[in-house]
Ligand binder design. Structure first.
Ligand code: NAG
Ligand code: NAG
Ligand code: NAG
Ligand code: NAG
Ligand code: NAG
Ligand code: NAG
Ligand code: NAG
Ligand code: NAG
Length: 600
């Protein structure tokens, strides 16, 4: 379409195309119709018009003629123009399907009776080439050497055109050793059309990544120079590795023993190198491998510098790998049984890739590092020693020690008269582990006495009560037994008519102190009585020998004792109370002694 409109324009302006030689020129586009106006005014006395062209040798070939009188026209038998010609009434010659060979000098002849007028017109034919194409494109360009970028081909133009190469829209000009171009032009001898080809060789650099190469053909058209561009071509630019990097791929940020890791070596070239040498810590010899080197179940001794290089051993990259680990050693550990009073030292020592501290726990409670110089029942339990490496996800260790403190049974008895005055309570306290079995019975009667539920006083110590209402003085025997031994204590309990002291039901120590106090009071009273007696004796002596005979009738000691007692009784109004105290003290003392007599 564009070509035909171009043609129309040029036909219209054809008369203006007078060349320097005074010729008309008609420009036409290949394949279209050439309209050649006659170029002169038609005169009144015209007989006929005629068209001819001139061969290079100057001879003329007539192609068409038209009679002005008969209004008829005919074409000469010129094979080249058979069927392609038309001659209009105004003597414009039309040649359809313009060819390169139509580029000739045509002459319009107007013939009158007495004259022949000739007007020559020069024909120019133009044909645009095919769209230029870059063929023989390589798949990649290598930096540092001349690469064939391709052949730019534009076919079948008339006249011939020129090919220009572009990089990113900028004309590429030949530069020695960097940009070289070679072109060829060939003419098809039949059609007379020209084909152009240009080969570009180019020294590429990394700058050419994403660069676009194209070529253009410039050619003549009736109205001047025209240009047609090829599709752009981009190339994969190959460049060598300039730097190698190594990095570690691990499941977590930090590496711990047992992890699987991958060392990844990367070269920054294009295409990236596929093989490397990997150097393990302390090893000179590289191991040839693909870019990924796998290490499974990594051990602590794998900590160190890992390197990799290209196969030619240049460009070495290195990275430090730290394999974290955490061990915990608890001694003793597991199930431990010790006797009460024993000593036990425990230690929990961590060994790790970083400084760590341990935490001791017992019953979910944090405690200080335990150390036992005198094991108690309360020391029994499960001890946990725990440590963790904060920085390393999931690296924690725990060891446990299950401590059992064993001991023979120890039982203590005490008694009191209940406030109702009708029953007495015997209380026992027992400890020992395993928990001792306690049975109490009345001396001389094998029946076990009913006792209350045992209550736990503290870790490993239990107590229970036995309530009895003895009609007569009885001895209660209690035995405590576990697999380690047996302890038997007895206790004299007087009949309900005799109240027991409501003394400490707990400790013999208290009873002892009480007894000592009472003994002290008694001794004090005796001393007071002695002083009184001495005074009395002096008085007797002073008042003559009135009763000396009577005195001599009795043994001196006995007489003196009786008098002392009487004197004391006279002196102290509380004598009755003291006597009662004294009696109870005596019983208590005896009970105490009995209490401490144990049968193992
Ligand atoms: C001659 O006639 C043709 C059609 O017959 C017309 O297109 C053309 O413009 C005419 N030329 C001149 C110079 O009158
Ligand atoms: C092609 O190049 C030649 C030589 O430089 C020049 O004379 C000619 O005019 C050019 N042709 C086109 C179509 O540019
Ligand atoms: C490490 O890889 C081995 C097999 O390659 C697999 O059996 C093991 O479970 C992996 N270990 C971890 C911690 O993923
Ligand atoms: C690392 O320790 C493992 C045992 O845990 C042993 O098999 C291996 O040979 C050791 N590697 C080095 C390099 O010492
Ligand atoms: C680890 O402990 C050692 C001594 O126990 C100390 O010298 C070192 O500084 C500690 N390191 C860190 C990181 O706390
Ligand atoms: C002990 O208690 C039971 C019931 O709990 C009773 O049957 C039994 O007679 C009691 N024994 C004595 C000796 O009191
Ligand atoms: C019972 O014991 C009391 C003292 O606790 C004593 O005075 C009394 O004589 C005793 N009775 C018998 C029958 O032994
Ligand atoms: C308990 O009474 C018995 C006699 O019934 C006596 O032999 C024993 O010595 C007494 N024990 C104590 C500790 O008083």
């Amino acid at each position: 379409m564009a070509a035909s409109s171009l043609l129309t324009v040029c036909v219209l302006c054809a008369t203006a195309f007078r060349t320097g030689f005074g010729f008309h020129t008609v420009s036409a586009i290949y394949g279209e119709t050439i309209n050649i106006p006659c170029g002169q005014d038609v005169m009144q006395d015209l007989l006929f018009g005629k068209w001819k062209y001139e061969k290079p040798d100057g001879t003329a070939v007539f192609v068409a003629s038209r009679s002005a009188v008969k209004k008829s026209f005919n074409f000469d038998d010129v094979p080249e123009y058979n069927g392609r010609l038309n001659l209009s009434e105004n003597y414009t010659l039309s040649i359809s399907n313009a060819r390169i060979s139509d580029e000739k000098r045509f002459v319009c002849m107007l013939i009158t009776e007495d004259n022949v007028f000739e007007e020559p017109t020069i024909i120019k034919v133009f044909k645009p080439p095919s769209k230029p194409e870059i063929i023989n494109q390589p798949t990649f360009l290598e930096t540092g050497k001349l690469n064939l970028v391709g052949d730019c081909v534009a076919k079948d133009s008339y006249p011939d055109g020129n090919i220009t190469w572009y990089r990113n829209g900028q004309v590429l000009l030949p530069v020695d050793g960097v940009v070289t171009m070679e072109w060829w032009k060939e003419k098809n001898s039949t059609s007379g059309l020209h084909s152009m080809r240009s080969t570009l060789e180019y020294m590429s650099t990394k700058e050419d990544i994403n660069a676009q190469f194209s070529c253009a053909v410039t050619f003549y058209m009736p109205d001047g120079l025209a240009t047609m561009n090829s599709d752009p071509a981009a190339f994969n630019i190959y460049y060598p590795t300039e730097k190698v990097t190594i990095h570690v791929q691990s499941p977590k940020k930090t590496i711990k023993e047992g992890d699987n890791i991958t060392l990844k070596c990367i070269g920054n070239g294009n295409p990236p190198p596929e093989e490397f040498l990997f150097y393990l810590p302390g090893q000179e010899e590289g191991i040839r491998s693909s870019s990924a080197y796998h290490i499974t179940d990594i051990k602590r001794n794998a900590t160190g510098d890992y390197k990799c290089s290209l196969l030619n051993k240049i460009m070495i990259a290195s990275t430090m790998v730290t394999v974290h680990y955490l061990d915990l050693s608890l001694t003793p550990s597991g199930e431990i049984t010790k006797q009460v009073g024993d000593s036990l030292s425990v230690s929990c020592i961590p060994s790790a890739s970083k400084n760590v501290s341990v935490t001791w726990m017992k019953n979910q409670k944090i405690l200080a590092q335990p150390s036992f110089s005198n094991l108690q029942y309360r020391d029994s339990g499960v001890y946990e020693c725990e440590t963790s490496l904060m920085e390393v996800d999931g690296l924690r260790r725990k060891k446990t020690l299950s401590l059992t403190v064993e001991g023979k049974p120890r039982i203590k008895l005490s008694k009191k008269t209940n406030s109702d005055g009708k029953s007495k309570t015997i209380l026992y306290e027992v400890d020992g582990y395993p928990k001792p079995e306690v049975q109490c019975s009345r001396l001389g009667n094998d029946l076990y006495l009913n006792k209350t539920e045992e209550t736990m006083l503290s870790n490993g110590k239990y107590s229970a009560k036995i309530i009895i209402s003895p009609e007569e003085n009885v001895t209660i025997i209690c035995s405590a037994e576990n697999k380690l031994g047996r302890e038997v204590h007895s206790l004299n309990v007087s009949a309900i008519s005799f109240p027991e002291t409501d003394d400490g039901v707990n400790s013999s120590g208290d009873n002892n102190d009480h007894a000592k106090l009472i003994v002290g009071i008694v001794v004090g009273l005796l001393l007071a009585a002695l002083v009184a007696g001495l005074a009395y004796w002096l008085y007797i002596k002073k008042s003559g020998s009135r009763s000396s005979r009577h005195i001599q009738e009795q043994p001196a000691g006995e007489r003196g004792w009786d008098r002392l007692k009487e004197g004391a009784a006279d002196t102290l109004s509380t004598s009755k109370h003291v006597g009662k105290e004294l009696g109870n003290t005596e019983e208590n003392k005896k009970l105490e002694e009995n209490n401490h007599k144990s049968e193992a």
